[in-house]
Structure formats: structure tokens, C-alpha cells
Design a protein around this ligand. Structure first.
Ligand SMILES: CC(=O)N[C@H]1[C@@H](OP(=O)(O)OP(=O)(O)OC[C@H]2O[C@@H](n3ccc(=O)[nH]c3=O)[C@H](O)[C@@H]2O)O[C@H](CO)[C@@H](O)[C@@H]1O
Ligand SMILES: C=C(OP(=O)(O)O)C(=O)O
Length: 423
């Protein structure tokens, strides 16, 4: 186990390349097994979630070649549809094996997923979708057993907007007979990315990125080549870090449109942002204004940037209220920020902050992936040294975090935790 040591107070300056999107990568990898031939996915981030997915596919019998930033997946040799627990618990997105295996084999026996602990994360909408397509779903001691004689297209209304359920239904429905429509579908760019890959494989999906997705089932999907979109959450993290340290950072390989909810809020608090074709320059200042933030599905403010943004708002003058409408318990970074000197309290689903606060370095522990990002940003702007533990969460989703921050001038190193420090 490792920890990060951060000497705060250095404005981040320079350029940073944004990696391929985690939440696309972990859906595109299982989508690839639906093809009757090899699928090459480029711009793949080297993050723990991807490494675990590659191991899962290999255990199931797929041929996987994983080089630098691309992967070739041939799902044809897969015979195994049984993955009870263990590795599937290491990430959230292992639930995409339900849809992919159901589509491919009409059967999946896969354990319930893991992922960040943000309060209850039910999977009822996934099940409702599979059942509508004709599957019988049983939860046997934490293993989802999903079987169908045949999959038949259906009209599926989602009670809530769900990224995972929308993608899972698409994965199962590509091989269903007839037409499936998903109403009240999620709009996230990662959904469009998955639909693009599936369509390049020969699927007939229209409407991805809107409320209604239509999937005309097909008999066969072929191999193809696909490049993953940039990670808008990683990009947002560096934008917030640049703003928080009063730095001047240019992000490369970004899609500005995907960043609009974040760009708008940063401008509102007083950050200067210059958008290029595939770059965004963030010029930080002091004296930020307080703002309120409410997370909501895309194109609303993303819940995955709520925690980093909370850190930035400790530097704004006045009262900011941050409300997470997606997850009921995504404020486990609050105690750690308070330990560093932030003035904030949690009221139900909201954090109420009074700023600006002078943050002081402290020993803190990341409880989940974006809590980790929030604490790293806190360490970068704090006076003195911050030690961040819980890096196994951060490793799930940030490629080369230390190196990218060092390239921007941050004084950050990764060190081994001594035995006595390990809990
Ligand atoms: C691997 C991946 O892509 N993870 C992302 C995905 O998670 P994930 O796909 O798990 O999140 P969802 O979009 O499904 O969840 C949205 C909301 O719907 C609820 N819900 C969801 C499914 C369900 O069957 N029943 C139900 O009640 C959830 O508890 C949550 O309150 O989208 C989230 C919301 O943008 C992001 O925070 C995660 O980073
Ligand atoms: C919540 C997140 O991830 P996951 O859904 O994979 O746990 C995240 O990326 O912030």
C-alpha cells in the first residue's frame, strides 16, 4: 500500500494530456465481446479498472492483447459465463458483463458489482430492462443469474436516468429480435461512445445522446477499430486543481462541449477559461465567489466532480451549498477537508461551506475515487505537507496522476506506507 506526499502551495502551470474516459473504457471492453471478430480499442487509459477488466475477460477465455494505449479483444473463444464474486467486486462496471453475456449467450451468472461506496446503488433498473427483453433474473446469494430462451425487443421506460442501466440494456438488446426502445435514457457522452462502437460493429442504434434510444436487433456483429473519447471527469479534475492552486494549465485532448457544465460553474466563481479546438486553458485567480451546485444527469453538473469542486469552494468568499442529487452519501471527504481547516457541514444531501478557509496539510484517507481527487486538490492548495492514503481508490480512475501533476510543477511523490501505518 502506498501514500501520496504533497507539499502544497505551488500553482499548477503547463500542459496536461487528458486520457481516454474510464466510464467509456469499462463499457467498451465488455461491448467488444459481442463481436464475431477482433475489436481494437484505442486511447485506453492505464487505470486499475481497465486492468481488472482485462483479467476478467482473460479468465472467461477471451483473447486479449493489451499494448501501450490500445487493446485488441477477441470474444469468440469465450465459453465461461460464470463469474461469481472476487474480481467483479473490484469495480462497478463489471455489471456490463450481465448485458454483454446475455446478448451473446442468452445467459450470465455474474456476481453483484463493487465500485465507489456512495450510499445505496441499486440495480433494479438493469433487472427491469433484462426482464422486459424476456430474461428471467434471480439473485442467488449475490450472484445474478440471468437467462433467456430468446431475447425480444421491447419498449422500456426508465423510472430514473441511469447510465449503467441504459448501457446494459443496449448491450443485451443489440441481439434481441425486433426493436427495443429505451425511454428516459441517460444522455452521457459515454453512452454515445458505446453506441458508436456498437454501430461500427454493425448494430443499428439511433438516438444515443437523447431521451429515446432505438435499437433494431441484428444477427451478427463484426470486429472494428474504435478510439475512446477523452475523460471529462479527469479533465474536470485538472481544471479544478488549476483553479484551486491559482495556476495556469492547458488541457490537451478534450471535448469542450462535454466540459460545459464544469466550465460554466468555474466561470461563475471567477475562473478564466479559454477554449480551443481540443484544448481548454484554465487561468486561476484568488478571490473566488461562492456558488451553489446541484448535481444531475448530463448535461447537468456531474456528481463525479462534486467532491473535487467542494474542495475548490473552500476557497470562495461566502456561503456555497453543494447538493448531490444522484448519491445520498457522497460526502465522506467532508471530515477530511474539515481536518485540513475547511469550514463545512453536511445537511442531508448537501454540504454547506463557509469560505474562504486556509487549508493546512494533514494526514487524510480517501474513502472513494473522487474523494481521493478532492483530497489531492486540497493537498495541492494547502500550506505544508499532506499525506493521502487510500490510493487504491484513486488508482481505479486516474492514469499517471503523480507524473501528470509533477509535470505541472506540483511537489508530489508516491511512497510506500510503513507497516505500522497500515491499518
Ligand atoms: C462505471 C460508471 O459509468 N460509473 C458511473 C455511472 O454509475 P452508475 O451507472 O452506477 O450510476 P447510475 O447512472 O446508474 O445511477 C444514477 C442514480 O440512479 C440510481 N439507480 C441506478 C440504477 C438502478 O438500477 N436503480 C437506481 O436507483 C442510482 O442509485 C443513482 O442514484 O454513472 C454515475 C452517475 O453519473 C457516475 O457517478 C459513475 O461514475
Ligand atoms: C463513481 C465512480 O465510479 P464507479 O461507478 O466506477 O464506482 C466515479 O468514477 O466517480
Amino acid at each position: 500500500m502506498d501514500k501520496l506526499l504533497i507539499q502544497g502551495g505551488v500553482p499548477l502551470c503547463g500542459k496536461v494530456g487528458i486520457s481516454g474516459a474510464k466510464n467509456s473504457a469499462v463499457a467498451l471492453i465488455p461491448a467488444a465481446i459481442l463481436a464475431d471478430g477482433p475489436v481494437v480499442i484505442e486511447n485506453l487509459p492505464h487505470i486499475e479498472d481497465v486492468e481488472v477488466y482485462v483479467e476478467l475477460l482473460r479468465e472467461m477465455g477471451a483473447d486479449v492483447l493489451f499494448e501501450d494505449d490500445w487493446i485488441e479483444i477477441d470474444g469468440r473463444p469465450i465459453r465461461e459465463t460464470f463469474m461469481p464474486n472476487g474480481k467483479v467486486k473490484k469495480l462497478r462496471a463489471s455489471y456490463y458483463l450481465w448485458g454483454a453475456l446475455l446478448g451473446k449467450f442468452k445467459e450470465a451468472q455474474i456476481g453483484l458489482p463493487g465500485g465507489c461506496d456512495l450510499g445505496p446503488r441499486p440495480v433494479d433498473l438493469h433487472i427491469k430492462g433484462f426482464e422486459a427483453l424476456g430474461a428471467v433474473v434471480e439473485n442467488r446469494k449475490g450472484v445474478m443469474i440471468i437467462r433467456a430462451e430468446r431475447l425480444k425487443g421491447a419498449r422500456i421506460y426508465m423510472d430514473l436516468v441511469s447510465v449503467g442501466a441504459t448501457i446494459n440494456i443496449m448491450l443485451a438488446a443489440v441481439y434481441a429480435e425486433g426493436v427495443t426502445t429505451i425511454e428516459n435514457a441517460a444522455h452521457e457522452p459515454e453512452i454515445v461512445d458505446v453506441a458508436t462502437l456498437l454501430n461500427n460493429m454493425g448494430a443499428k442504434i439511433s438516438g444515443a445522446g437523447t431521451d429515446v434510444i432505438r435499437i433494431q436487433g441484428v444477427d451478427k456483429l463484426r470486429g472494428c477499430r474504435h478510439t475512446i473519447i477523452p475523460d471529462r471527469i479527469e479533465a474536470g479534475t485538472y481544471m479544478i486543481a488549476a483553479a484551486a492552486t491559482g495556476g495556469d494549465v492547458t488541457l490537451e485532448n478534450v471535448i469542450s462541449k462535454h466540459m460545459e457544465p464544469v466550465t460554466a460553474k468555474l466561470r461563475e466563481i471567477g475562473v478564466e477559461i479559454i477554449e480551443g479546438d481540443d484544448t481548454i486553458r484554465v487561468i486561476g485567480h484568488k478571490n473566488y465567489r461562492a456558488v451553489d451546485i446541484k448535481t444531475s444527469p448530463y448535461p447537468g453538473f456531474p456528481t463525479d466532480l462534486q467532491q473535487p469542486m467542494t474542495t475548490l469552494l473552500t476557497q470562495s468568499k461566502g456561503t456555497s451549498i453543494v447538493t448531490d442529487n444522484i448519491y445520498s452519501a457522497r460526502f465522506r471527504h467532508a471530515d477530511e477537508l474539515r481536518r485540513m481547516g475547511a469550514t463545512l457541514k453536511i445537511e442531508g444531501r448537501s454540504a454547506v461551506l463557509e469560505g474562504p478557509s486556509t487549508l493546512m496539510g494533514a494526514k487524510v484517507v480517501a474513502s472513494d475515487l473522487r474523494a481521493g481527487a478532492a483530497l489531492v486538490i486540497a493537498g495541492l492548495l494547502a500550506q505544508g505537507t499532506t499525506e493521502v492514503e487510500g490510493l487504491e481508490h484513486i488508482d481505479r480512475g486516474y492514469e499517471n496522476l503523480v507524473q501528470k501533476l509533477q509535470n505541472l510543477g506540483a511537489r508530489v511523490t508516491r511512497e510506500k506506507l510503513y507497516k505500522a501505518e497500515q491499518k
